[in-house]
Unconditional design. Structure first.
Length: 656
C-alpha cells in the first residue's frame, strides 16, 4: 500500500539510511580526534571544546534525519554526482551531514541553500522545480507530500493525504514548545533570516508563530555569525518563568545551548529586595519615559560647582580658579556620553591640564590639593539605589517598600552612573508590547550595537505601562532612540478558525490598531458555553475541565485570581490538581493561571472562567481596553478546544 501511494518511498528510505550512516561516520571521525597533538595548550583546549560541541550536535535527536527535499534547475557544472545538465537535489534537515568525501548528504536548515525550501512558491519558485515534505513516525519514513513548482496544477504522488505541515501544527501539545524547522513558512523564514545589524520588531497575532520565529532566528544568527556571537553572546528575554520553562528546550534542540534566557528583572544590577506591589497607576507612572529623563536630570543635578573661587598654592605662588571658570569645566565634563560617574575623569583632566599650563610645571597636579578637593566635592561618586530613592516620592531609605518597577529604575540608574555591566551581540525580546518604557531602556542597553529582535502583538498589551505603538518602542530602546523595521506575521497556525473568528471580535475593543490574523486551520469546533448559577462556577469549571482533559491531555484553566482557591478545591474533588506551571506536568495536574500570566503559552484545551469579568476587569462597565486584550489572550491559547464557564450572561460581543 505504501509503495502504491508513494512509489519513491524505498529510495527515500535508502537515502535516510545513508544519512544516518554518514552521521555515524562523522561521529567516529570526531571521536578519533586527539586534541593533545595540537601545537600548544590553548589550541588543544579549543580543539577539545570544538569537537565536544560537534559531537553533542550530531548525537542530538533528529541529527542525521531530513524533513524536506528540493530539486533545482538543471545544473550546468556537471560532476560525478549529478552528471552534466542534471537537476540538483538537496535534502534539508536539522543538522549538516556529510559523507566520507565531505559532500553534503543533508544540509542544515539554516544554510542559504535551504532557504528556498521555505520560501519557494509557484509564483516565485526561486529556482526550485520540485519540493517534497517528509513524514516520519517513530523514526521511520512513512509518507511524503510533493509540490511540482514548475507545474502547480500537477497532482502529487500523495494527493489527498493530509499536509504534514498542518498535521504537525495540529498535533497534541506536550507542555513545552517544540522547534518548528520542518514547518517554517515563507513569511516566517523571511523574518528568521533577516539582517543581524538592525532592530527588528515582529508584529503578529496569536498563533502566528512569533515566539518560535524569534527563537529560530536566534539559532539562525548563531549559525550565520558563529564567531561574532560566540564572543558577544545572545540574550533571550521572556515575560516570566512559566514562559521560560515552556520555551527552554527549543534552542537546545536546535543545537544552541549557550544562549542566556531570562526575564528583564533578572537582568537588573544591583539587585534590591522587592517587597512591595505598585497599584496600576503608580506602575504606569514609574514605567514611563518621564522617569528616564528625571533620573538623568537628578544624576547631573547632583554635580554642583563651588560658589567660591579656588586658590591653589604651588611653590611661592597662588593660582586662582574662579567659580565661573570651574563651572564651565563642570558643564563641559557633564556633556559627555560616558556614564556619569566616569565623566568626572574628564573634569579632572581639564583641571590638571589647566593648572599645569598656568604653572608651567609638569608636576603641578601633585601639589593641587585644594583643586582636587573641589572636584571631589563638586562631583560625588553616586550610588544607583540612592539616586532612585531620591527621585521617587514616599518614604525614603529603609522605610521604602521597593517594587518591581523600582528594580528597573535602579538598573537604569546604574547604567547612567556606571554603564551596563553585561552586553550581548544580539538580544531577543518576547512579548515586547508588555514592557514599560523603562524596561525597554533596560533591555536596550544590553545591545549597544542595536542588534535586536522584538516580537509581540499590541492587541495583547496588558500590563499597566505596556506599549500600544511600535514607533514608541524604537524611541525607548536607547537614550538617542533606535531605528529599525517592523515585520508583520499575518497567518495564524495555532488557533482554529472557529475560535479565532470569535476572538477577533474583541479587537475593536482593545484600543489599539491591530490587524486581524487569519487561520490556516479552517476546521475545528466553535467555543462551547456552560452558563448557569448552580452548581457553583468553580464546581462547573472542574466538571468542564475534567471532560476537556479526557479529550486533550494538556488542558489549562484561565480565571480571575479571586476564583483560583475555589477552583483548585473543586478540581481536587474530581481528582485533578491545580498547577502554576506547564513544564513537566504530572498526569493529574491542570495549569491554572490568571489571564495576564497565560500569555505566550498554548494548550490543546482551554477553559476560560467568567469571561465577562475578564472583559470588564471586575469594574461596573461593559468592557475596558485592557480587559478586551486579556480575554483575547485567554481565548487564543487554545489549539483544539475552547470552553467558557460563567454564571452571567454571555457578553454581547461574543454572542452574535
Amino acid at each position: 500500500m505504501d509503495t502504491e501511494l508513494f512509489p519513491d518511498l524505498d529510495a527515500e528510505r535508502a537515502r535516510l539510511a545513508l544519512a544516518r550512516r554518514s552521521r555515524d561516520s562523522m561521529i567516529e571521525r570526531l571521536e578519533a580526534v586527539d586534541p593533545s597533538g595540537a601545537a600548544d595548550e590553548i589550541t588543544s583546549e579549543y580543539v577539545e571544546v570544538t569537537v565536544a560541541d560537534a559531537l553533542d550536535t550530531l548525537r542530538s535527536p533528529g541529527a542525521g534525519d531530513f524533513f524536506g527535499r528540493i530539486d533545482g534547475e538543471p545544473s550546468l557544472r556537471g560532476d560525478a554526482t549529478t552528471g552534466a545538465g542534471a537537476a540538483e537535489c538537496w535534502y534539508v534537515g536539522r543538522r549538516h551531514i556529510e559523507d566520507d568525501q565531505h559532500d553534503p548528504v543533508v544540509v542544515d536548515w539554516r544554510a542559504p541553500i535551504a532557504a528556498p525550501f521555505y520560501r519557494a512558491t509557484a509564483v516565485d519558485p526561486l529556482g526550485v522545480t520540485f519540493r517534497r515534505r517528509f513524514t516520519l513516525a517513530d523514526g521511520d519514513l512513512v509518507a511524503y507530500l510533493d509540490e511540482q513548482l514548475d507545474d502547480p496544477d500537477a497532482g502529487g504522488a500523495a494527493a489527498g493525504i493530509p499536509d504534514p505541515v498542518l498535521a504537525e501544527i495540529g498535533a497534541e501539545r506536550s507542555g513545552e514548545m517544540r522547534e518548528i524547522v520542518a514547518t517554517i513558512q515563507g513569511e516566517q523564514d523571511v523574518v528568521i533570516r533577516a539582517d543581524i545589524d538592525q532592530v527588528l520588531i515582529v508584529q503578529g497575532g496569536p498563533g502566528t508563530g512569533k515566539t518560535a520565529v524569534a527563537l529560530h532566528r536566534a539559532a539562525y544568527l548563531l549559525f550565520e555569525h558563529r564567531a561574532r556571537l560566540a564572543r558577544d553572546g545572545v540574550l533571550v528575554v521572556g515575560p516570566n518563568h512559566a514562559f521560560l520553562d515552556y520555551i527552554s528546550n527549543v534552542l537546545p534542540s536546535l543545537g544552541e545551548r549557550t544562549v542566556r534566557q531570562t526575564t528583564a528583572h533578572e537582568l537588573c544590577i544591583p539587585r534590591i529586595d522587592v517587597t512591595g506591589v505598585d497599584e496600576p497607576d503608580i506602575a504606569r507612572w514609574k514605567g514611563s519615559a518621564g522617569r528616564l529623563a528625571e533620573l538623568e536630570r537628578a544624576a547631573l543635578d547632583a554635580i554642583r560647582a563651588p560658589v567660591d573661587d579656588i586658590v591653589v598654592p604651588i611653590g611661592v605662588r597662588n593660582y586662582v580658579i574662579t567659580a565661573s571658570e570651574f563651572a564651565e569645566w563642570v558643564a563641559t565634563a557633564k556633556s559627555g556620553n560616558v556614564p556619569v560617574n566616569e565623566r568626572k575623569a574628564r573634569l579632572t583632566a581639564i583641571a590638571q591640564r589647566e593648572i599645569q599650563r598656568r604653572s608651567g610645571k609638569d608636576d603641578a597636579w601633585s601639589s593641587s590639593g585644594p583643586l582636587k578637593s573641589a572636584i571631589t566635592k563638586a562631583w560625588p561618586n553616586q550610588k544607583p539605589v540612592k539616586l532612585v530613592d531620591g527621585v521617587l516620592p514616599g518614604p525614603k531609605g529603609k522605610k521604602r517598600a521597593w517594587t518591581a518597577a523600582d528594580q528597573l529604575l535602579v538598573d537604569e540608574a546604574n547604567s547612567l552612573l556606571n554603564g551596563s555591566p553585561f552586553t550581548y551581540g544580539h538580544v531577543v525580546v518576547d512579548e515586547a508590547q508588555d514592557h514599560s518604557d523603562v524596561a525597554l531602556r533596560v533591555i536596550g542597553r544590553r545591545s549597544p550595537a542595536g542588534s535586536m529582535t522584538l516580537v509581540g502583538d499590541v492587541a495583547q498589551s496588558t500590563t499597566p505601562a505596556g506599549q500600544e505603538r511600535w514607533a514608541d518602542v524604537f524611541a525607548h530602546l536607547s537614550p538617542t532612540g533606535a531605528s529599525g523595521v517592523v515585520a508583520d506575521l499575518t497567518i495564524g497556525y495555532r488557533v482554529p478558525d472557529p475560535v479565532l473568528r470569535v476572538a477577533n471580535r474583541l479587537l475593536p475593543l482593545t484600543g489599539v490598531d491591530a490587524t486581524q490574523s487569519r487561520s490556516v486551520r479552517l476546521n475545528g469546533e466553535a467555543p462551547s458555553w456552560d452558563v448557569g448559577s448552580s452548581p457553583t462556577v468553580a464546581e462547573r469549571t472542574a466538571t468542564v475541565t475534567r471532560e476537556t482533559k479526557r479529550m486533550h491531555k494538556l488542558t489549562g484553566v484561565v480565571a480571575p485570581a479571586e476564583l483560583h482557591e475555589s477552583i483548585a478545591e473543586a478540581l481536587a474533588d474530581v481528582g485533578l490538581i491545580a498547577a502554576d506551571h506547564v513544564h513537566e506536568l504530572e498526569p493529574a495536574e491542570v495549569p491554572l493561571f490568571e489571564p495576564h500570566a497565560v500569555k505566550g503559552l498554548e494548550f490543546d484545551g482551554v477553559v476560560v472562567v467568567r469571561p465577562h469579568e475578564i472583559l470588564n476587569e471586575g469594574l461596573d462597565v461593559s468592557h475596558t481596553p485592557r480587559g478586551a486584550r486579556l480575554l483575547y489572550v485567554a481565548m487564543t491559547r487554545a489549539v483544539q478546544r475552547l470552553a467558557f464557564v460563567t454564571d452571567a450572561e454571555i457578553p454581547a460581543v461574543m454572542s452574535n
